[in-house]
Write a protein that binds this ligand. Structure first.
Ligand SMILES: CC(C)(COP(=O)(O)OP(=O)(O)OC[C@H]1O[C@@H](n2cnc3c(N)ncnc32)[C@H](O)[C@@H]1OP(=O)(O)O)[C@@H](O)C(=O)NCCC(=O)NCCS
Length: 178
């Protein structure tokens, strides 16, 4: 499955088993960049961990429970984006994302999140797209802010990363938002 973006060289694709070596390599060389914000990073120690993640998330996608995609620039994997939680009854999804440090600062993830949000609100037929970012994760918070999400509140000590409880800012965009 491919989700188009407005950036000519940027694509979003559901991860497959064939992506395991490349996806693992990008995570592996970005550990210091990703680990302060993403609790799963220390759990990914071998390509087999990525293979398991892809298999589990592809099975979950059958029920539209989660979706794991890679972000490709000129065909090469430069990051990940996906639906990390889906609330079917309330037509709401929560997105997660990360980008290769070498590719940061160019608006690539803003373009990817914009495309994924649009796809969730149209093709997937959801009404509400949520993003949670740690209070101090300024680069991540800028993405929903740039894309016109509404900052709805503060979730106190809602995540544990590297043993630290983080306050999370909740952002959301509704299908009915201008
Ligand atoms: C969060 C993360 C993906 C943000 O990466 P990023 O490169 O800042 O985000 P973007 O790709 O959208 O690029 C935005 C930057 O490009 C700049 N930019 C350049 N051209 C741009 C354009 N056309 N459109 C938007 N931004 C553009 C922006 O000014 C911004 O830089 P700034 O923060 O210095 O102002 C990245 O920091 C990351 O992977 N962090 C670790 C994992 C993580 O925290 N994940 C999120 C958990 S909630």
């Amino acid at each position: 499955m491919i989700i188009p973006t407005q950036h000519p060289d940027l694509g979003i694709e559901q991860l497959t088993e064939a992506d395991v070596p490349e996806h693992f390599a990008v995570i592996d060389r970005n550990r210091e960049h990703l680990a302060p914000w993403l609790p799963w990073v220390p759990l990914v120690t071998t390509p087999r961990d990525v293979a398991r993640f892809i298999a589990v998330s592809r099975a979950a996608w059958q029920g539209r429970h989660e979706l794991a995609c890679c972000v490709r620039l000129h065909g090469a994997i430069v990051g990940g984006i996906g639906i990390v939680h889906a609330d079917h009854e309330n037509e709401c999804v929560t997105l997660g994302y990360w980008l290769d440090q070498e590719q940061c600062g160019r608006g690539l993830m803003t373009a990817a999140v914009k495309a994924m949000t649009h796809w969730c609100l149209t093709d997937l037929g959801r009404h509400r797209v949520q993003i949670q970012a740690a209070v101090d994760n300024v680069a991540s918070r800028r993405i929903p802010e740039r894309l016109g999400f509404t900052q709805e509140g503060l979730l106190r000590q809602a995540a544990i990363v590297r043993g630290v409880r983080l306050d999370m800012v909740l952002y959301a965009r509704l299908k009915s938002d201008p």
